[in-house]
Design a protein around this ligand. Structure first.
Ligand code: DMJ
Length: 457
């Protein structure tokens, strides 16, 4: 009888929780966190086994053709580097040791090839610094310093803002048309390296670049999409929180929290004021951040995408939970349009503008932050739904694959390294016990590699 009394309300609850596609996940559903954390770990191992079997020693696995892809003429071990900090967090010691041995045996930066400063910084340099902090092996630090020294010539422009590409062997630079994200997403890694080594050169180079960029903001305190690092002139004045600007803002906030640098704090406060004044957009379809011209503040487009979904996490970290929650509800709507997240939508019509999904983490990252700060079970349920859809549509017998279109769900032969660095890490942290991570002691770089907060040392 007792059982029946319990079952009836549960059945009722299940019906009550049934929801239409565009409503945020219900608050009352219960999620088995331990079970889900174990499943996420199992899926990480599935993807790692696929990499080991078919792409060992290369940058990325091709999960459908059972092959591999290298970014350059020589592999820089992007997947094992990116996966390492997730292995440490998941307690996968055997796998971490395998990756470490491969890195020490095969990774060399003494190669005549052009690399993209931004990508090599957020994936390779950050992984090495984070690995040094979590593992303690000086070999990681040696590789990090060697890499940073080879990247330093990128900053030798007339403005101090870096070129996009630099040659690892001879320091030659390429492509002065750069953007705020690639110029401003350096301070966490370069600052940490300065703190560890006592050599200020890294922090100074990264800070000079950010200062130069910030000083070229408009009178509205906004930045554009493309800037020439030789002339300092804007080449594209559209302002938003999306690709080519996004992590510039993320690093202003996080670098302030990391190092306590008052100059950076001022840049963050001025920037977030302008973002909320000019880009925030309440519509019938929810709360979004759109696009305007940096000089006139006139609206250009009502686009929002998978990359923009990093912003609820940033808002939550900054203490603005009210906007963070509203924006996360919109991110959920975007994901649920086709059951898995499209790259870009027009939020005024809720139509998909770019329809691929490349295993991006941002929406999951924000779910984790929102759950961390609110403990509202709605975010656990949201994360569970995201995870189930990823398994359903992106998993294959080898690992995980991108989707050509969220409409057709056709898989593509690629698995980005950030799937192991970020996507699965944030899922795991969402479901894992609180004590898995001392949240107040680390800042995640934009590729989800934890770096120790210097203020808290
Ligand atoms: C990652 O490399 C980083 O999160 C970056 O900031 C943006 N793009 C990918 C993930 O989508």
């Amino acid at each position: 009888m007792k059982k029946l009394i319990l079952i009836i309300p549960l059945i009722f609850l299940a019906f009550a929780c049934g929801r239409s596609k565009d409503k945020p996940a219900a608050k009352t559903e219960t999620v088995d966190k331990e079970f889900l954390a174990d499943r996420v770990k199992a899926e990480f191992l599935h993807a790692w086994e696929g990499y080991k079997k078919y792409a060992w020693g290369h940058d990325e696995l091709k999960p459908m053709s059972k092959g591999y892809r290298d970014w350059h003429k020589q592999s820089l071990l992007m997947t094992p580097l990116d996966a390492f900090s997730t292995m440490k967090i998941m307690g996968l010691d055997k796998e971490a040791e395998e990756a470490k041995n491969l890195i020490f045996a095969n990774l060399s930066f003494d190669v005549d090839m052009d690399v993209q400063l931004f990508e090599i910084n957020i994936r390779s340099l950050a992984s090495l610094i984070s690995a040094y902090q979590s593992d303690g092996d000086e070999g990681f630090l040696g590789l990090a310093v060697d890499l940073a020294d080879r990247l330093l010539p990128a900053f030798e422009s007339p403005t101090g803002m870096p070129y996009r590409f630099v040659n690892l062997k001879n320091g030659e630079t390429k492509d002065p048309s750069n953007n705020p994200a690639e110029i401003g997403t350096l301070l966490l890694e370069w600052g940490t390296l300065s703190k560890i080594t006592g050599n200020e050169i890294y922090y100074q180079a990264a800070k000079k670049a950010v200062r130069a960029l910030f000083s070229r903001r408009s009178t509205n305190n906004l930045v554009g999409t493309v800037i020439n690092v030789e002339t300092g002139n804007w080449e594209n004045t559209e302002s938003h929180i999306s690709a080519r600007i996004d992590s510039y803002y993320e690093y202003l906030l996080k670098s302030w929290l990391m190092f306590g640098d008052e100059d950076i704090k001022m840049m963050w406060e001025i920037s977030i004021g302008a973002i909320n004044k000019y880009l925030a957009h309440e519509t019938d379809n929810g709360f979004w951040y759109g696009r305007v011209d940096m000089n006139t503040a006139e609206k250009t487009r009502t686009y929002f995408g998978a990359l923009d979904a990093f912003f609820p996490a940033v808002l939550a970290l900054s203490g603005d939970l009210e906007r963070a929650k509203k924006l996360q509800d919109s991110c959920y709507k975007m994901w649920m349009l086709y059951g898995v997240e499209p790259e870009m939508i027009d939020y005024s019509t809720m139509e998909v503008i770019v329809d691929y999904y490349i295993l991006r983490p941002e929406n999951i990252e924000s779910t984790f932050y929102l759950y961390h700060y609110t403990k509202d079970p709605k975010y656990l349920e949201m994360g569970r739904e995201y995870f189930e859809s990823l398994v359903k549509y992106c998993r294959n017998d080898v690992a995980y694959a991108h989707l050509k279109s969220v409409k057709s769900k056709e898989q593509v032969d690629a698995m980005e390294s950030f799937f192991l660095a970020e996507t699965l890490k944030y899922f795991y942290l969402l479901f894992a016990p609180e004590e898995t991570l001392d949240f107040d002691k680390v800042i995640f770089n934009t590729e989800a590699h934890p770096l120790k907060i210097w203020r808290a040392q």
